[in-house]
Design a protein around this ligand. Sequence first.
Ligand code: AR6
Length: 189
Amino acid sequence: MNIVLVERVLPTGQTIQIAQGDITTEKVDAIVNAANEHLQHGGGVAWAISKKGGDAIQSESDDWIRQRGLVSHSHPAWTSGGLLPARFVIHAVGPVWGDGDEDNKLSDAVTGSLRVADELKCSSIAMPAISTGIFGFPKDRAAGIIFSAIEKYFSENESMLKIVKLVLFDKATVDIFIKSWKDKWADKP
Ligand code: AR6
């Protein structure tokens, strides 16, 4: 289990956390994958999830694409967790930096992931820093958008979720997210 570095209870009752580590080890109901619209899990966290989860992840993803077509930002796909400790993998497609309207697309990917988690009756979810690797989204900008999207989702929706854990791979990303966390919430009770 990855160690929680900071946590906060939102006014709506859910606990939001930041941890550093490998999301594939998380024993939560669902982990979020930073996917592409084709669900071809060839690099980054997607590759790690697909490798550790076994063949089921890519094969269920291929079935999804065959049956439903490409995955949009606002409607993530989902598969079983395969061999992972998590029961489900929610495949969220973040924006490629430079493609336009990136902030809204990232917000949609986060909101969509929480909605799918609720549809799957999850009470805990772990999420990586979507779009901030291969897709090139600036990390400090992403942090604020991800926090706000989570807060807004719970303020607007009844949810079964209790824990949202942001699992960040490297120290540099952790430092940037924690700075943004403090900027956003330092003075709030
Ligand atoms: N656990 C948690 N976070 C991780 C892990 C891990 N095991 N491995 C990497 N990260 P990326 P994107 C972090 O590139 O930018 C793939 O090819 C990483 O340090 O995985 O949304 C997909 O198939 C970074 O902060 O996702 C897509 O084509 C964050 O996860 C494309 O990359 C996201 O980095 C998606 O690009």
